[in-house]
Design a protein around this ligand. Structure first.
Ligand SMILES: C[S@@+](CC[C@H](N)C(=O)[O-])C[C@H]1O[C@@H](n2cnc3c(N)ncnc32)[C@H](O)[C@@H]1O
Length: 410
């Protein structure tokens, strides 16, 4: 064990990488265990930043490593992962090489320290660099096809911070007060890395963090005017907050008690109200039909790859097929709970057709096509009246998450 300052953050980063690449966990799931014992907040943030950058640029970092070894290192060799972390720090986080060596080589104590030092020194002397955009893994390329070329440049850096305002009337004022820009009423975009809790308006619940794309599904249900809506799969509650703020009587259902705790905190902070139910949507039955249903279905979340680059490596055909099966079952149930004339919005933050376009192709409700004027400038619905966003859209404004959204009427 070393007591070098900065070592705990690197050890935690290595644990995060292992959790994602070996055990298929998300960075969020892995964080509590991997960061255990890392006391300082800035060390915890650093560990996450190193692992995120290593995952974002994994293919390119591996290609560099492979130019500097005589025998190719196994994909899951610890020395490869340590080298990925070392290079991510010098090439992406501007950490000086001597600091990288001092804090990372102890990760290999009793192992191939000299090999790692040699490869790192060779690449440093050579002035190794990364391409402008990350190279996506082969499996992602195969699934996304031409879309991969549009998404990759948007992955080069973490995304900006989007806020949704409780009161859309105050958009220009809040944008000026927080030093951001607005891409549509009720939206403010800030530079990435902004610390949320310290911003004006957080304590009083004037806004909540929500990617622009994630704010579109609830907007597509319009003003509630006291009508009832079921927010199905609702936690941590970004869409419940929007619906409540837009005058809907919200029933908010999710099966995760832990995520519902965050939803309740969000309601308390913003002073908004919803009937919160912990339940499994595959078992639960409502007493009365709803005027609207929003199904923000569980998904592989590959549309959030800018923020969560672990999805590029964890998600494959099996996970997509499992999610698609669950989504089909949820969609069939949600459609039955609509009152005549009621509207259903189906959304996923996935870039996989199986979780979007293919999922709604067979639905028996009438389509209620999304219109261009309902969307921020620069976005347009598909020929079918669906919305497909991806990180490569609105590049000058900083992009947006990948979402699929479709609307229907009973
Ligand atoms: C995409 S997230 C929802 C995000 C949320 N709509 C928001 O805007 O904050 C999907 C949610 O589905 C929930 N979920 C997954 N399977 C479920 C089921 N069978 N019944 C109820 N909720 C479920 C998960 O707990 C998770 O919170």
């Amino acid at each position: 064990m070393t007591d070098t300052a900065g070592f705990p953050a690197r050890r935690a980063a290595l644990r995060l990488m292992d959790a994602v690449l070996r055990r298929g966990e998300t960075l969020e799931q892995a964080a509590p265990g991997a960061l255990r014992g890392v006391e300082r907040g800035d060390d915890r943030a650093l560990a996450r930043a190193i692992a995120s950058e290593a995952l974002r640029w994994l293919v390119d970092l591996d290609a560099l490593i492979d130019t500097a070894t005589r025998n190719r290192l196994a994909d899951d060799a610890k020395v490869r992962t340590v080298l990925r972390l070392m290079l991510a720090q010098t090439l992406r986080l501007d950490t000086p090489p001597h600091a990288v060596v001092a804090t990372c080589l102890p990760l290999l104590d009793g192992g191939p320290r000299r090999l790692a030092h040699g490869v790192f020194s060779t690449l440093s002397k050579r002035g190794a660099s990364l391409p402008d955009a990350p190279t996506l893994p082969d499996g992602v390329h195969m699934r996304w096809g031409a879309l991969a070329e549009e998404v990759a440049p948007a992955l080069a850096a973490p995304p900006p911070l989007d806020l949704t305002l409780k009161d859309h009337a105050g958009t220009a004022e809040w944008a000026a007060r927080l030093g951001g820009i607005s891409l549509m009423p009720g939206h403010v975009r800030l530079a990435r890395g902004t610390a949320v809790e310290k911003l004006d308006g957080f304590g009083e619940g004037a806004w909540w963090v929500q990617d622009l794309a994630a704010s579109l599904p609830a907007r597509l249900l319009g003003q509630g005017e006291g009508r009832s809506v079921l927010d199905l799969c609702s936690a941590p509650g970004g869409k419940t907050l929007q619906l409540a703020a837009n005058g809907w009587r919200v029933t908010s259902l999710d099966m995760s008690e832990k995520r519902l705790e965050r939803l309740r905190e969000n309601l308390a902070r913003t002073g908004l109200a919803a009937d919160v139910i912990e339940g499994d949507a595959l078992q639960w039955e409502p007493r009365l039909p709803f005027d609207a249903v929003l199904l923000d279905a569980p998904c592989t979340a590959t549309g959030t790859c800018r923020r969560h680059p672990d999805v590029l490596h964890r998600i494959g055909v099996r996970q997509i097929a499992d999610m698609a099966q669950l989504q089909a079952a949820l969609l069939a149930r949600a459609a039955r709970w609509l009152a005549p004339g009621g509207r259903l919005v189906y959304a996923t933050c996935s870039l996989e057709a199986a979780e979007g376009e293919e999922q709604v192709a067979a639905i028996t409700l009438a389509p209620d096509p999304i219109r261009t004027e309902e969307l921020p400038q620069g976005l347009a619905p598909t020929a079918q009246g669906w919305l497909r966003t991806h990180p490569g859209l609105l590049p000058e404004a900083g992009g947006l998450d990948g979402f699929f959204v479709a609307r229907f009427r009973r």
